[in-house]
Design a binder for this molecule. Structure first.
Ligand SMILES: *Cc1c(COP(=O)(O)O)cnc(C)c1O
Length: 392
């Protein structure tokens, strides 16, 4: 059996995979089992922040791997402490809990909000307001937080205590917070899986105001928007607010699994020894790699991300077959006349890998993609979008 057949027989059928097998890569280029090269506009879904097989990251990871790869959280280790310090210094958050994925980072945030509310208001108050069209993960609790029925089907009953309201409707949030005596509002600053839709400025300012008035906690799910993706270190920084809890994962690890829940001032002491934990959380190898990634997301890189973003918007906004372009930084959704999946297939034929989000083409290139490769990939994408529009 080849890999396709073996996967089909033995791996759970949870993914609709592209019909290709990646065997290697370097930077913004991936190579498949036929030796064909692709420019990567997907980064393993916003994970490979500096592309594939990045030299500096490999060095940071292997240096740690040679020392020790795991100790358990019964011992102190410097990569975990160093990474937590850096995350706090650069965000204003106070403490970090490390886990291994976005869903776990969100579970920790939800648990922190509930713990905070129980300690402050008693356990009758526990509802968390989320937004329609959101995505917060695949566990039973983060599915409950996810405001898209399509993910809930067949898996109910989900964890109680979540209510979702339309995004960008501050009155709806206000009303839900009042009606349910809610303890927190959880949101992505750019809804990723929901179609790469940034929240409106006035709505986010409204959330900040609501927090002042009602003490409701703000939980920013920065699993996809975090770590430089939107042109700022975290997506919320585009709105100049400070959430109470920030979750992240994907791009933080640069290619290894890591999740982080950043606890702000109000909730910093909600967890005590024994109240939360993770066997692999704070893994030294993952943290050493993440520290390298975080240190390289500096002002110059972020300015470059914003410049490339503008270039993509300019190139695609007026292109034939494009209906609209949305997103922020290097997290971009393209609404097209033609079918997004057909456009991706055409792109792959011509050596470019991109993703979808709902019915849109989604672009998540490496933050350091060289300009010439970006131009080349966009030319291919533009052609594919135009061709599929004509076919329609
Ligand atoms: C991907 C994603 C998650 C889930 O992360 P996993 O690592 O797959 O568990 C949660 N929230 C958002 C916004 C995401 O994009």
């Amino acid at each position: 059996m080849n890999t396709f057949e073996k996967d089909g027989q033995y791996v759970a059928h949870t993914y609709a995979r592209f019909p290709l097998q990646i065997v290697s890569g370097k930077g913004s280029v991936l190579v498949d089992s036929q030796g064909k090269e692709y420019i990567d506009l997907g980064t393993g879904i916003a994970v490979n922040t500096f592309g594939t097989a990045d030299g500096e990251w490999i060095e940071a990871v292997t240096d740690q791997l040679k020392k020790f790869s795991h100790t358990s959280n019964l011992f102190y280790s410097s990569p975990c402490a160093d990474l937590a310090e850096k995350l706090c210094q650069r965000t204003g958050m106070k403490r970090v809990f490390f886990s291994n994925s976005g869903a776990e980072a969100n579970e920790c945030a939800i648990k922190a909000a509930r713990g905070f509310a129980a300690q402050k208001w008693g356990k009758d108050r526990h509802v968390i307001v989320t937004l329609n069209n959101s995505f917060h993960g695949r566990t039973i609790t983060t599915l409950a937080a996810t405001g898209q029925e399509v993910f809930h089907k067949d898996f109910t009953p989900l964890t109680p205590g979540f209510i979702s309201v339309p995004a960008n409707d501050i009155e709806a949030v206000r009303q839900a917070v009042k009606e349910y005596d809610a303890i927190a509002v959880m949101f992505e600053t750019v809804q990723g899986e929901g179609g790469v839709l940034p929240l409106e400025e006035s709505f986010v300012q409204g959330l900040a105001q609501l927090r002042e008035e009602t003490e409701v906690l703000l939980i920013a799910d920065e699993v996809q928007t975090g770590n430089g993706r939107t042109g700022r270190l975290y997506g919320y920084m585009n709105y100049e607010i400070l959430p109470d809890i920030v979750t992240t994962a994907k791009g933080l690890g640069g290619g290894l699994p890591i999740g982080a829940t950043l606890l702000g001032e109000r909730v910093q002491d909600v967890y005590q020894p024994g109240s939360h934990g993770s066997t692999f959380g704070g893994n030294p190898v993952a943290c050493a790699g993440a520290l390298n990634i975080l240190n390289r997301i500096n002002d110059a890189l972020l300015a470059d991300v914003r410049k490339k973003s503008e270039f993509i918007f300019d190139t695609l906004s007026q292109a034939e077959g494009v209906i609209s372009v949305s997103g922020m930084g290097l997290m971009i959704g393209v609404e097209t006349v033609g079918d997004a999946k057909e456009i991706l297939a055409k792109c792959r034929e011509r050596g470019v890998i991109a993703l979808t989000a709902k019915n849109k083409v989604r672009l998540l290139p490496p933050l350091n993609i060289p300009m010439d490769l970006l131009e080349q990939a966009l030319a291919v994408l533009k052609d594919a979008i135009a061709l599929c529009a004509i076919a329609k």
